[in-house]
Design a protein around this ligand. Structure first.
Ligand SMILES: Cc1cc2nc3c(=O)[nH]c(=O)nc-3n(C[C@H](O)[C@H](O)[C@H](O)COP(=O)(O)OP(=O)(O)OC[C@H]3O[C@@H](n4cnc5c(N)ncnc54)[C@H](O)[C@@H]3O)c2cc1C
Length: 414
């Protein structure tokens, strides 16, 4: 595995290295010195001149972890492991960082997780704070629920395109000494009681643990033959990221409940930039109030699946993020759930309690899927009575402080 870290360029923290060195028996230290000397000699022959510290850190890496996928889940796991002195090897099949801005909403729990590493601070600087959730019946505003200013509930909902969130996560990981190996695809694994063997770029490497953070179509999950139980929605949803100088409620989530049970949503991404998502094929056309668009930055369609892996772990391999669960964007939980999985798994690996991982995270994933599905069904109902009751409730949420508090707490997953 030393080779894996060397070949793929991972370095554990200097603090960890020192701590481990102090703990070593004198003979072990002498052995390490000898190996360092041999390494130095080898490096000098090959005309590479790494510092002693770099070599030491390669040599003394204690726990060998492979993370497959450098999306928000993989990058959070990488940061949280690196912060705990375990520098993982991260592989990503894409050639470069992603420019897809799928998730927007960043919940308070994610910000709490990302605070110690400094990623939350960078996100906060760039993100938009969502002021309210504004509901419409067709084009008519029925309710505006303020998200901020509740006593004792001073948490914020931030909006930032996913590619920017990933940018900040990657930056922090690199600052911690980490590296993402782009263009490296995971294909298969085999494992024993003591280690996992993985083939990367045609070479076999051994790890203590493998984290599959490789998204909905997870190859790690397939390799482990873990069932991904659930169903796919028949309809096609759509998305558009646009520049528009004028839009009503520019700092709010605007939700348009349409006649046929369809829904269109707008979310601010920046001062004059918005995300439009609809449960039908053309997001911009679905808006009942035309948006005067200056520029379409991106538009497309996507399918929605509602699924959860039967277990999040098998032996020494684990699933996190979309590899473990997926649901519709309603409720905005997907990326946030992945960030929380990653942080929990890093903690479990660092303190040797990996057996608890599924027991902790699977029920929370199930709860988030159920909540998202309840919300999706409520807003897409075609029943006149159910729609009528929903409108009344939304009006009450805006007016009655205790109900507003409950709505905000629910939306922010507090
Ligand atoms: C339109 C839309 C809107 C959304 N809005 C929200 C929202 O507002 N809030 C929210 O929380 N969530 C939202 N989501 C969901 C969110 O985008 C996902 O939950 C999130 O991207 C999951 O992150 P991940 O890191 O687990 O997986 P991914 O982001 O899919 O990353 C997986 C990575 O693994 C890599 N990979 C795959 N296979 C391999 C392999 N074999 N070897 C190496 N690398 C591999 C991929 O290239 C990819 O980079 C939205 C999703 C969509 C589609």
């Amino acid at each position: 595995m030393d080779d894996a870290h060397e070949a793929l360029g991972a370095k554990p923290s200097v603090m960890e290295t020192r701590k481990i060195c102090f703990l070593y028996h004198p003979r072990l230290r002498a052995f390490i010195r000898l190996r360092i000397f041999l390494r130095l000699a080898r490096f000098s022959i090959s005309q590479q001149y790494p510092t002693n510290t770099e070599i030491l850190t390669i040599m003394t890496q204690s726990t060998r972890v492979l993370i497959v996928g450098a999306g928000p889940t993989g990058l959070t796991a990488a940061i949280e492991l690196a912060r705990r002195g375990i520098m993982p090897v991260v592989i990503e099949k894409r050639k470069t960082a992603s420019n897809l801005s799928r998730a927007v909403g960043i919940l308070p729990n994610s910000m709490d997780i990302l605070t110690p590493s400094g990623a939350a601070k960078a996100i906060r600087k760039e993100a938009v704070i969502i002021q309210s959730s504004v509901f419409h019946n067709q084009d008519k505003q029925v309710s505006s629920i303020k998200m901020n200013g509740l006593r004792g509930l001073n948490k914020r909902l931030y909006a930032l395109p996913q590619d920017r969130t990933e940018y900040h996560l990657l930056k922090v990981f690199r600052e911690l000494g980490g590296k993402v190996n782009y263009g490296a695809e995971f294909l298969s694994l085999s494992q024993s009681d003591n280690e996992v063997s993985v083939s990367i770029l045609g070479k076999a490497f051994r790890f203590d643990y493998v984290i599959g953070a490789d998204g909905v179509n997870s190859t790690v999950r397939e390799a482990l033959r873990i069932p991904y139980e659930g169903f796919d929605l028949p309809e096609t949803w759509s998305i558009a990221d646009v520049d528009a100088k004028v839009w009503r409620n520019p700092r709010s989530f605007s939700i348009f409940l349409l006649k046929d049970g369809n829904v269109a949503v707008t979310v601010p991404l920046d001062k004059e930039r918005f995300r439009v998502v609809a449960t039908s094929k053309d997001a911009l056309a679905a808006l009942p109030i035309p948006m005067i668009v200056e520029k379409i930055r991106r538009s497309g369609t996507f399918k929605v699946s509602i699924r959860q892996a039967k277990t999040y772990q098998l032996g020494r391999a684990f699933l996190a993020g979309d590899a473990a669960h997926c649901h519709s964007p309603v409720g905005g939980r997907g990326m946030n759930l992945g960030i929380a999985d990653a942080a929990e798994l890093a903690e479990c690996i660092a303190n040797g309690t990996t057996k608890n991982y599924t027991a902790i995270r699977h029920p929370l994933g199930k709860k988030a899927i159920q909540m998202s599905e309840r919300m999706r069904k409520a807003v897409t109902t075609t029943s006149f009575t159910k729609r009528f009751i929903l409108m009344r409730l939304l009006k009450l949420f805006a007016r009655v402080p205790s109900l507003r508090r409950r709505f905000v707490a629910n939306t922010l997953d507090l």
